[in-house]
Design a protein around this ligand. Structure first.
Ligand code: LP5
Ligand code: MN
Length: 251
């Protein structure tokens, strides 16, 4: 059985959940939207959870291409203002490491992580682990999550890493274009298995870019799976948990 990460439970204040911003040098509007969010809306929260794919492609914590230094500084300013920032890595930014956490004050979370919120057991994931019908992706995932493969990648120059990431993106683009849409969504039996294993009342994840609240019954218990929205240049979305319950807000 995979042990989940555990996050400290029941903060008194508001928790915000975001994912799939896909920030990149060539997406200045989305970067600006996120910087505004960090300097504004996020400051009213107690905790910010980022559930993966904050970056479109992270090739190592030593990448100082703009706007990465500015983004690190903005996250650092948020955590220094007393807002806890928890970061769970996605399939595009799984190479975020300890240096990034140290520079920003963010805490890295395991996938999955269990947190108690409002009396519920809430399971947090990026979402890619739930896409078990996508056998080719799961094979690719096992290979690139191998620590030795990652160490060899990180030994290369930034230019070579950038080229290799671009090659993966190209190959992934042609692979996904050829896959049936349903095979890239989460698998229902896998969701049930994971929620049952962790006795979760609520599962929050991103990755699929299919935002929705799926309420259903699991072994006679009402449960919910909330899928976060990807961010666009003209719109971001945040899932909010506070004393009054759960809601979604455009930012
Ligand atoms: O990202 P998205 O939504 O387009 O597609 C994903 C899956 N694809 C990926 C691949 C990423 O896009 C690649 C970007 C990585 C950036 C970081 C670089 C650091 C590399 C470090 C290496 C140690 O995640 C896609 C899913 C889709 O989500 C839906 O869930 O279908 O999966 C694929 O397309 C995978 C393909 O099916 C097979 C992979 C082709 C590439 C083969 C390369 C050889 C592997 C060698 C490993 C050492
Ligand atoms: Mn993803």
């Amino acid at each position: 059985m995979v042990r989940p990460g555990i996050d400290s439970s029941d903060p008194a204040g508001e928790c915000l959940f975001i994912s799939d911003l896909h920030l990149a040098p060539e997406r200045p509007e989305t970067v600006a939207r996120f910087l505004d969010f960090l300097a504004g809306r996020a400051r009213r929260a107690e905790r910010l959870y980022i559930l993966g794919d904050l970056f479109d492609a992270w090739i190592g914590d030593d990448d100082d291409t703009p706007p990465y230094p500015q983004l690190r500084a903005a996250l650092r300013a948020l955590t220094e203002a007393g807002i806890a920032c928890r970061l769970l890595r996605g399939n595009r930014d799984f190479l975020i490491g300890r240096a990034f956490a140290r520079d920003t004050g963010c805490t890295l979370l395991r996938d999955p992580t269990l947190v108690g919120l409002g009396g519920e057991r809430v399971l947090l994931m990026h979402g890619d682990l739930l896409c078990t019908d996508d056998v080719a992706y799961q094979r690719f995932r096992r290979r690139v999550r191998n620590p030795l493969v990652q160490r060899l990648f990180l030994w290369r120059s930034l230019a070579r890493r950038r080229a290799q990431a671009a090659d993966y993106r190209r190959r992934s683009g042609s692979a996904t274009a050829a896959k049936a849409a349903a095979s890239m969504d989460v698998s229902g039996p896998t969701v049930a298995r994971v929620m049952r294993r962790h006795a979760a009342d609520r599962l929050i994840h991103g990755h699929t870019h299919r935002p929705a609240d799926h309420a259903f019954t699991l072994d006679g218990r009402p449960v919910v799976r909330q899928v976060l929205a990807e961010w666009h240049p003209e719109r971001g979305e945040v899932l909010v948990a506070d004393a009054t319950g759960w809601s979604r807000e455009a930012v």
